[in-house]
Design a binder for this molecule. Sequence first.
Ligand code: ADP
Ligand code: MG
Length: 254
Amino acid sequence: MTQPLVRAVGVVKKFGHTTVLHDVSMDVQPGQVVCLLGPSGAGKSTFLRCINHLEPLDGGQIWVDGEPIGYRVRNGKLYELRERDVAKQRRGIGMVFQRFNLFPHRTALQNVVEGPVQVRRRDQAEARKKAMALLDRVGLADKADAYPGQLSGGQQQRVAIARALAMEPKLMLFDEPTSALDPELVGEVLDVMVGLAKDGMTMIVVTHEIGFARQVADHVVFMVDGAVVETGPPSQVLDNPEHQRTQQFLAKVL
Ligand code: ADP
Ligand code: MG
């Protein structure tokens, strides 16, 4: 067995006195796609935010590519990282949100070029060339000079995916990337994500798109009230759920 790209062990997260993640554990192998399902308030977004240390943990630990998130290991001990070093770890993890979060006064191309040039200090001409290739990959080469306001929601979300990929992440996190889209625009974004999965990107995807989960997920994780209720291949969790909560949830979204 190879080393998992993501290993979460006993993750606990509290907001004040409320525990929103209870002992959440999961492994994601390199190249796997895990779909995270569950009702609103289950803790799915919080868990994603813990993976890239946007939320500090109250218990447990998460490793990405063998590195403990938020810490460094020295002589077998964990030392908390400074914010600057946390930011460095975070660069290896792409995140795409429900809202597209593009810079409104920059073109699609500028949005994609920004990270590699400003953060990774890449050469401008090379970064532009790579950004064009990424826009092409998400089917938007002809929209390179368009501003976000001139693009549909689906197009904006595809630019957001290209922007995340420009940082050459080893892991992509998606938090309901199609939930804010008009129904007719969902497919074009899912198609890009299916392509990414086929190309071997490791992905954790919070989604209610059961068809997508069935098509690309290696594992489906079903969460309720901050805990993992059921996990397994889509054929098991989606078509043959063991738990009543999973059955109830699927009856609603299918
Ligand atoms: P999901 O993404 O599954 O809908 P969330 O992770 O957004 O769930 O939320 C899980 C729980 O944590 C909810 O009860 C939510 O109200 C609470 N929560 C999320 N973020 C915060 C925060 N910053 N402060 C306080 N409570 C929060
Ligand atoms: Mg959420």
